[in-house]
Design a protein. Structure first.
Length: 174
């Protein structure tokens, strides 16, 4: 591969969903209003994900970060020393949960105050989470793996045997 050449044929559906979710999150975060306010003279918009940092801003950052990391992974520049499918699933799952909370909480008490940016960000966070789930499945992961603490520990330690238990450390050399 030469300098700026990118082989998009390496992208699979989960990769497209994660990177597309992050790209859309950029648009819905910066260019579309997260709230609408009825001023009596028409609707005025405002706010961005960072006006709601814990539920909007962190969700935005997580989805965009997963998109960048997924792109780098497909490109081959991200080291395979980490359980990326599990990390992507956790990050996009948390982002989607935060966006659901943001839409439930809204900006004010009335439901109409939520703008197209907030709704769109929820949808695209969910799409990125779906891509992360498909990626997790394609890597051999199952939802039951997420409830087995030994399998999770093995995923992050890198030393596991076939039944998911971590290997004991080697005895010290004498």
């Amino acid at each position: 591969m030469k300098g700026s050449d990118m082989d998009f044929s390496k992208f699979e559906t989960p990769d497209w969903l994660m990177t597309g979710g992050g790209a859309a999150m950029l648009i819905f975060g910066f260019f579309l209003d997260w709230t609408t306010v009825d001023t009596g003279f028409g609707n005025a918009g405002g706010d961005s994900p960072f006006a709601y940092f814990f539920t909007g801003g962190i969700a935005w950052l997580l989805v965009v970060a997963v998109a960048v990391l997924a792109f780098l992974r497909v490109n081959g520049t991200l080291p395979e020393t980490q359980p990326w499918p599990l990390i992507f699933l956790g990050a996009t799952g948390l982002a989607t949960l935060l966006m659901v909370l943001r839409v439930i909480l809204g900006a004010r008490l009335d439901f109409a105050s939520r703008g197209i940016g907030m709704y769109g960000a929820l949808v695209w966070a969910g799409i990125a989470a779906a891509g992360a789930y498909l990626n997790f499945q394609a890597s051999g992961g199952e939802l039951s793996d997420l409830t087995d603490i030994n399998k999770l520990k093995a995923s992050f330690s890198g030393n596991s045997n076939n039944d998911g238990d971590t290997k004991p450390p080697a005895p010290p050399a004498q």
